[in-house]
Write a new protein. Sequence first.
Length: 292
Amino acid sequence: MTAKAFWFVLGCVLSFPFAAAGQGVNPSAIDSVLGRAGQKTADEYKLALPRTDLLVTVRGLAIKPGLALRSWAAFTGTDRNAMVMGDLVLLEAELNPVMDKLRSEGFEITAVHNHLMDETPQVLYMHYMGHGPASQLATSLKAALSASKTPLEKPTPPAEEPAPPAWVTTVQDSVGRSGAFKGGVLSYGVPRSDEITANGTTIAPAAGVAEAINFQAADSGQVATTGDFVLTAAEVNPVVSELRAHQIAVTALHSHMLTEQPRLFFLHFWAVGDPQSVGAGIKAALGRVSVK
């Protein structure tokens, strides 16, 4: 190779956008397609698509979108080689039209099931995974969601959050951890201590493999809680026993993914009760899980 050729090749290498690839996906490209902004961490970029159009009640209690009605999408990788995982909240009539559009774009459907019980109207949860350029994945996802009534317009900027009510402090003290209070919902995302992979790719905790626990106010000073524990096989029944010992109902036990390592089970739950006792039950169940 001549010196001139060497410096030409070197210049091409140095100008190639490796640095950008190391920074993960470009949020602005995804935002421009989906019409909203998400939250970026070092590992992934996650957007919420709450079903604010639905009024869902569980035994007469109207549940807030942030409690159990939040569709989401988490992007990892690079702009040209990305993976998206997520969970879509759908009515029965919306399920297969959305599924057909995702499959036509090469997305994998990894689970379809309930998370709640006794809700009106019934809602189903469809988990999915896709691979490809990030902007193309976002475009395909938006096209699929257009087969539902999921709000896709740019959301109104949220009002300033009021000071958390007293029950939030009680729950946090009982759980022994601080959560995030937004939109009337106290949320926890407790990461597991072990690394989770799928097809050789590490899955970030926020992409659906953290213990997800949510609380909202109910009547007469009580709180409602729901979410899912992400468990290995050995953890399932100890967690079931702790939840039932604290009068927390188990509403579903199933998988969300297809090729994850280690194999995981997702246990969904529901309870309404006083903040201290409900929080204590969640703390006891978390004590049976290998979390950070």
